[in-house]
Structure formats: structure tokens, C-alpha cells
Write a protein that binds this ligand. Structure first.
Ligand SMILES: Nc1ncnc2c1ncn2[C@@H]1O[C@H](COP(=O)(O)OP(=O)(O)OP(=O)(O)O)[C@@H](O)[C@H]1O
Length: 267
């Protein structure tokens, strides 16, 4: 991996990249997130688990600025982000993949990845005209960064093909690539292996670990595949009916009586 994919420095090496403190979010009559608190370290793969309707997507939507919580605070890289618009939070370096693939299916892999660079392309039409050389140089740098991602995620054979023609598992990988193209300081993965077969799941697991260990990008992952979560996550938070019921290492969370109860519905 070349320097093209390296992220800019974060606040201090030991400060958490994200703090989520006492957050509550309600929709008419439903408390989707109920006084939830957690922190994510700068090299951490943090997973959020819980049964359907537990509040996982709502937590992601608070993080990425889609919903403003009723109470609580959220800081990202040392900055309070409550009330910030999604594009601003994305511009600060929080990238997200979605449960349902959100790519331009008739554009090629390379073009979809270039769109991920969008928030780093800082020259406007006028400055591009006045500083054509600089703009060209920037364009070349963006192309090089995208080619790095193609190598990293082993997408070479598909790079010039329209995304809509690719197998499902490869499309999910391209979506991950588009998030990486933003040079994120934090990556939110929403069910990264949902709908994948065994082989695709194993490939994705390998890439997620490489992102943490080689690119040093912290991640928050929502995932229903318990085997994957237990294998990959450094720490896990379990939620049920909007409440946080356990937070700890995979072994701690897996054996927690409230987690077993939430999943099995019995003691
Ligand atoms: N926009 C909304 N309007 C009303 N209620 C909502 C809205 N979004 C979520 N909810 C409710 O909040 C609760 C939490 O939903 P959420 O989608 O966050 O759960 P989840 O853990 O992500 O579930 P799943 O695993 O099925 O994706 C549910 O009761 C849901 O019906």
C-alpha cells in the first residue's frame, strides 16, 4: 500500500476517534436509542450487534448526521458533530457503506471510486482554468489513489466494467472501495457481509482486517453474522430495544446473560 491511502493525522494518538455519550433518539412513541454511550479508539474495530429493531441503524444515522438526537453528545476526532449535516460529517472523514448497495450501476468501478474522491477534489471551475497545471496534478494524484484502492481490494479484473454487471460480493467490495477513496478517519460498515456466500464473506473479512491493520483506519461495524463479529471485532456493544445491554470483548459479550436472553428470549 502506498502513501496515497494514508489518512491525515488525527487529534492525538491516544484520544478516541469517536465519543458517543448519553445519546437518546425517539420517534413518536418509540425510543430507538435509549441513553447509549460508547467510545471508539483510533485503531479499533468496534461492532454493534442486536436483534432486528434494536436501534443499530438509528445509531449509525445519528453518527452520520441523518438524525439529530434528543439528548447526548457525539464527538468525532475531537469535534462536536451534533447538528452537523451529513455531507459535512463525511467531509470531516467519516465514511459509510450501506446495507443496500448504493453505487452508480452503469458507471465503471474506476468511475465509482473516483466519485468517492469527490470531497477531496478542491479545485473549482475557475481555479481549474487558472491553475490548469495544478488541477491536472491533483487529478493524477486522485487517479493514483483510486488505483491503489483497486490493488488493495483486488478489483483489477473488473476496474473498467460497469458495476451493475458484477457479482454481488464484488459490488459490496466496490462500495467499500468508494468509502476508502474518501480517505476516512473512521469507517462505518453497515452489514458488510449481508447476502454474501461463504467465499465472499471470507474475502470481505480479510479486507476488513487489512483496513484496520495495514491502513490503520478504525471502524464501527453493524453486522448480524455473529461468527464474523466474534472473529473480527476488538470490542462489541450489544443493544436491545434501544438500550445498551453489554459492552466488552467478544468473549465477554458472547457470554453475557442479557445478550443470550436478547437473542434466545429465554434464560
Ligand atoms: N424513521 C423512523 N420513524 C419511526 N420509527 C423508526 C424510524 N427509524 C427507526 N425506527 C424505529 O426505531 C427502532 C430501531 O430501528 P433500527 O432500524 O435502528 O433498528 P436496527 O437494530 O437497525 O434493526 P435491523 O437489524 O432490522 O436493521 C425500531 O422500532 C424502528 O421501527
Amino acid at each position: 500500500m502506498t502513501a496515497q491511502l494514508a489518512t491525515e493525522p488525527t487529534t492525538t494518538p491516544t484520544a478516541p476517534i469517536l465519543t458517543f455519550t448519553g445519546v437518546t433518539l425517539s420517534f413518536a412513541g418509540v425510543t430507538a436509542v435509549d441513553d447509549v454511550s460508547f467510545e471508539v479508539g483510533q485503531r479499533e474495530l468496534f461492532a454493534i450487534i442486536g436483534p432486528n429493531g434494536a436501534g443499530k441503524t438509528s445509531i449509525f444515522n445519528v453518527l452520520s448526521g441523518v438524525y439529530r438526537p434528543d439528548r447526548g453528545s457525539v464527538t468525532f476526532n475531537g469535534t462536536d458533530i451534533i447538528g452537523a449535516k451529513p455531507h459535512r460529517i463525511a467531509g470531516m472523514g467519516m465514511a459509510r457503506t450501506f446495507q443496500n448497495i448504493e453505487l452508480f450501476s452503469n458507471l465503471t468501478v474506476l468511475d465509482n471510486l473516483m466519485l468517492g474522491r469527490h470531497n477531496h477534489i478542491s479545485y473549482g471551475a475557475l481555479s481549474a482554468f487558472a491553475w490548469l497545471g495544478r488541477a491536472r496534478k491533483a487529478e493524477l494524484a486522485h487517479r493514483a489513489a483510486v488505483e491503489d484502492i483497486v490493488d488493495f481490494l483486488e478489483l483489477e479484473q473488473w476496474r473498467m466494467l460497469p458495476v451493475g454487471l458484477l457479482p454481488y460480493g464484488v459490488q459490496k467490495r466496490v462500495e467499500l472501495g468508494r468509502a476508502l477513496a474518501m480517505r476516512p478517519k473512521l469507517l462505518l460498515l453497515d452489514e458488510p457481509v449481508a447476502g454474501m456466500n461463504q467465499e465472499e464473506t471470507e474475502d470481505m473479512a480479510r479486507f476488513i482486517l487489512d483496513i484496520r491493520d495495514e491502513l490503520d483506519i478504525p471502524m464501527i461495524m453493524v453486522e448480524h453474522d455473529m461468527g464474523l463479529v466474534m472473529d473480527l471485532a476488538d470490542r462489541i456493544m450489544a443493544v436491545d430495544f434501544g438500550k445498551q445491554i453489554a459492552t466488552g470483548t467478544p468473549a465477554e459479550v458472547q457470554n453475557h446473560p442479557d445478550v443470550i436472553h436478547a437473542y434466545l428470549g429465554e434464560d
